[in-house]
Design a protein around this ligand. Structure first.
Ligand code: KIV
Length: 262
């Protein structure tokens, strides 16, 4: 998948869309060899790669560094970059300059959390020729006001608000919307009530596609086991065992051998 038109087409044709996060060059090279449709340089980089407690610590510099590395390794896939915490609240010029920087670093689209008072700036970016992906439901950048990484839209009032937000993001020109941590039935209702594709994470199976954090899918964090996550590899144990094997080979004079020597 190379353009946002493919996103819309897939929803029309009922073909699920697969996305994955990526923050570095060598992972991007591996993803390039897969059939995964598109890649997000998420602000989750702050947590996954830098060990912060939330995405609040993602900075423009940090995102630029990861985006540039991913771009160098990624071939033939749509590349989306997250706008970090509060950038879109610091005035039109600051947003425009950041979006400009991310697009020049190789992003094909920008993801922005939230609707409501962000709609104006989202329209401005879309009207400037930059595709925008929305993000509603759990918005990790607002974790401090939400009180934790909690499922959203569980009552009538909040589910209605999230449906309205989805419609306003579509009206503002978003090409797609991430739905994070909401009940599956609510995600279904949203997906059926708008024309643009919805991409779920912890939002059940009735969305137009799914996204997962690469390191979560690979089981790199043994202590992160939310209900929505399916681990396709026990990466933590595999890597730990490989490192221990290397260590014991060195200590037992088994590495390097003659073939590995000059
Ligand atoms: O930053 C991120 O990884 C994200 C995805 C979880 C959607 O926003």
């Amino acid at each position: 998948m190379k353009t946002i038109n493919d996103f819309k087409l897939k929803k029309t044709e009922g073909i699920p869309i697969s996305l994955i996060t990526c923050y570095d060059y060598w992972s991007a090279q591996i993803i390039s060899e897969t059939d995964i449709d598109a890649v997000l340089v998420g602000d989750s980089a702050a947590m996954v790669m830098h060990g912060f407690e939330s995405t609040v610590n993602a900075e423009i510099e940090m995102m630029s560094y990861h985006l540039a590395a991913v771009k160098r390794g990624l071939k033939n896939k749509l590349l989306i970059a997250d706008l970090p915490f509060l950038v879109h609240r610091k005035g039109d010029q600051h947003v425009t300059e950041t979006v400009d920087r991310f697009m020049k670093l190789g992003a094909n689209a920008i993801k922005i959390e939230g609707a409501g008072s962000n709609i104006k700036i989202i329209s401005h970016i879309v009207n400037s020729g930059v595709p925008v992906m929305g993000h509603i439901g759990l918005m990790p950048q607002s974790v401090n006001s939400i009180g934790g990484f909690l499922v959203q839209g569980k009552d009538d009032e909040s589910s209605k608000r999230i449906i309205d937000e989805a419609k306003s993001l579509e009206d503002a020109g978003c090409f797609s919307i991430v739905l994070e941590l909401i009940p599956a039935q609510l995600a279904k209702e949203i997906t059926e009530s708008i024309n643009i594709p919805t991409i779920g994470i912890g939002a059940g199976s009735y969305t137009s596609g799914q996204i997962l954090v690469l390191q979560d899918l690979l089981g790199m964090n043994k202590d992160f086991n939310p209900k929505f996550l399916r681990k396709y590899l026990d990466g933590f144990e595999l890597i730990k065992n490989s490192l221990n094997k290397y260590n014991s080979d060195v200590k037992n004079n088994l590495f390097p051998n003659e073939l590995e020597s000059f």
